[in-house]
Each structure stands twice: as C-alpha cells, then as structure tokens.
Write a protein that binds this ligand. Structure first.
Ligand code: NDP
Length: 329
C-alpha cells in the first residue's frame, strides 16, 4: 500500500469545507496508472464543484488538473511508463492530492522542457483556450483580423486565450474587472480591453468594431455578462457560454436570438473534446507546441501549499488572482 494526502469535502459549501485527509492507494488496475503529483492546477470549476453549482456525489475529492511522475502502470497501458513526467486535465475529479490512481487515457507525457508547475497550470486552461478559439467557431469560421470578445481576459484561461488569439491573427477584445487586469490582457495580446466594472461592454464593442459587433463572444462570467454578450454580437454571431463565475445564466427565451440577429448559442465543455485518448493526445501535442514555441506563455501567478487550498479558493472567488494558480505538493 502507498499513502497519499488528499483534499476531501463531505458536503457542498464554502472554502472551509475542504479538509486534508490521509488515504491508502492501491495498485493501478487495467487501464490505470498511479501518479505522484508535484503540482496541482487551480481552476474556477473547482469552486463550482466545491460549492455545489456543479453537483458531485458526496463525499468527494476536488481538482481536475495536475502534473507529476508516473509511479505505477496497470495492465494494458502502453503510452506511459514508470518514471515518466506526465500531466492531465481530467474527470473524475480528485486532483488535489499528493498521489492518485486514475484512468491512463486522460494522462499524457509532459515534455522535459515544460516544468511540472507549468504543466499543472496549463492543461485544463490551455486546452480550453484551444478548443474555444480553434473549434468553437461561427458559421464560416474565423479569419485573420476578425474581432472576438473574451470575458475575464486576465484570468487563467483568459491570458492564454489572449496569447493564442494574437498567434492566430484574431483581434481579441478582452474584458476584465480592473484597469490593472486590463493592462495584463493587453500585454498578453488583446487588441482592445474593456473594464466591465465601469464601462458599457456592448457600446464599447460597437465603437471598436465600427458598429458591426463581433463574430464570437466567449463568455465564462455568465449571469452578469449574458445580456451584454448578446448585444455585442454581429448578425449570425455565436455566443459560447462556457462558465458561470458570476452565477448561472437564467433560462433564455429563444425569440431573443432571432430579434438580435439570428444568433447562435452554444454551451460547450472541454470534456467532450477529451473523450478519447487520441483526441486528448492530439490536443495536448498542439498545446505543447505553442507553449514550447513561445506563442503561448503560461503565467503561474499564485502558488499555495496543498494545505492552504482554502486560501487559494478564497482568493479565486474574491477576484484577486490573475493568470494561473497552482497548489504545490
Ligand atoms: P479565472 O482565473 O478566469 O477566474 C475567474 C474570473 O472570473 C475572475 O478572476 C474574475 O475576473 C471573473 N469574474 C467575473 N465575475 C465574477 C464573480 N462574480 N465572481 C468571481 N469571479 C468573477 O478562472 P479560470 O481560468 O479557472 O476559468 C475561467 C472560466 O472558464 C471559469 O468560469 C471556468 O469555469 C470556465 N471554464 C470552462 C470550461 C469549459 O470547458 N466549459 C473549462 C475551463 C474553464 P475579473 O476580476 O477580471 O472579472
């Protein structure tokens, strides 16, 4: 038996619900590996899981992203070996721990030139920026120079999206909750920024785009930004609603979409894109290439010991963080 420490919750609740417990881990079964973590990624989805916005069977672990070293390999696993450096973004939840047994199909080898800390910070957030900008597209796709609107542009997913949009030749209009955050998004590649705590987003978007509106809005803020997002779209534009940091979007009257110009709405999740080992590996390879090539930088701006996970959650919820954060094991 191998022991590990893991974050557990008995019921949904506030950050104080999370407790560090000792676990005994068995050997990996067929199709599984055991990984010893060096760093675990912090993501806003962990807040939804902890608070019950996205319900989990209880009691539960938390966390969906980490990097470390493969410690044991189950029968039938061919793409990983004991001693490999590895990283993942995956279901089932449970990445906030020192080690775990999990399905191997979610896990990829981490290139030597990418640190564990960067690996832990980049998988869920980087693969999300990738599927949004490259696979969640309006009719006819996106062309060089097209405008898109990306909310929370100075956050973990946001700063990566700013970098990636610049590399793709897109004009990304980023929103953020302070002038300092706006400056970070601009430096990361946003072509324009809007402080949505004090500016009218849709009016500014019309101004920036010469009245046309944007082809796509990528909206992870949810309830607070929904209306402004719809009002920022050009006819036939696409609203990709991929998160709800400010609250879940209330039910939508479909007629609104016709009245505002034959709009499209999608509610995507990364995990549909990571359904197979092949699709996970292909997406990870593309992410590694842009990180190693320098087009995308992973900015780890917050670091906490695993035991200080409650503070990490409080900081994320208080909107005091920028870029990515990790728990160090
Ligand atoms: P972030 O680092 O972006 O943190 C969330 C940010 O949301 C905050 O920093 C804040 O930025 C903004 N925000 C706006 N309103 C609120 C509010 N009321 N309370 C708290 N935050 C608010 O997190 P991540 O990079 O981890 O994730 C970004 C979003 O993407 C999340 O909503 C997440 O759930 C979603 N996501 C969705 C995925 C999918 O496949 N569907 C996959 C991965 C992430 P500011 O102060 O600038 O407003």
């Amino acid at each position: 038996m191998t022991s590990a420490q893991a974050v557990r919750i008995e019921a949904p609740g506030d950050a104080g619900q999370m407790k560090l417990v000792e676990l005994e881990l068995g050997e990996p079964g067929p199709g599984e590996i055991r990984i010893r973590h060096v760093a675990c990624g912090l993501n806003y989805i962990d807040i939804y899981h902890r608070s019950g916005v996205y319900p989990l069977p209880m009691p539960s672990g938390l966390g969906m992203e980490a990097a470390g070293v493969i410690e044991a390999v189950g029968e039938g696993v061919e793409h990983l070996r004991v001693g490999d450096r590895a990283a993942y973004a995956s279901q089932p939840v449970g990445a906030y721990c020192t080690a775990r047994v999990m399905p191997a199909r979610c896990v990829v080898r981490l290139p030597d030139a990418i640190s564990f800390e960067t690996g832990a910070a980049m998988m869920l957030k980087g693969l999300t920026a990738q599927y949004l900008l490259k696979k969640t597209l309006p009719q006819g796709g996106l062309q060089h120079g097209d405008h898109v609107l990306f909310h929370a542009a100075a956050g973990g997913v946001g700063l990566i999206a700013c970098n990636w949009a610049r590399a793709l030749g897109l004009q990304l209009i980023g929103t953020a909750g302070s002038d300092e955050k706006c400056a970070l998004a601009l430096a990361a590649g946003a072509s324009h920024v809007i402080n949505y705590r004090r500016e009218d987003v849709a009016a500014r978007v019309r101004e920036i785009t010469g009245g046309r509106g944007v082809k796509v809005v990528y909206d992870s803020v949810g309830a607070d930004t929904w209306n402004a997002s719809l009002d920022s779209l050009a006819p036939f534009g696409l609203l990709a609603s991929f998160g709800n940091a400010s609250g879940v979007v209330p039910p939508v009257a479909l007629g609104t979409l016709s009245a505002k110009g034959s709009l499209y709405v999608t509610r995507p999740t990364l995990f549909t894109h990571l359904a197979t080992r092949e699709s996970t590996q292909a997406m990870a390879d593309e992410l590694f290439a842009v990180v190693l090539g320098g087009q995308v930088q992973i900015r780890v701006e917050q670091r906490y010991p695993l035991a200080e996970v409650a503070q990490a959650h409080r900081d994320l919820e208080a909107r005091t963080t920028v870029g990515s954060g990790v728990l160090l094991v």
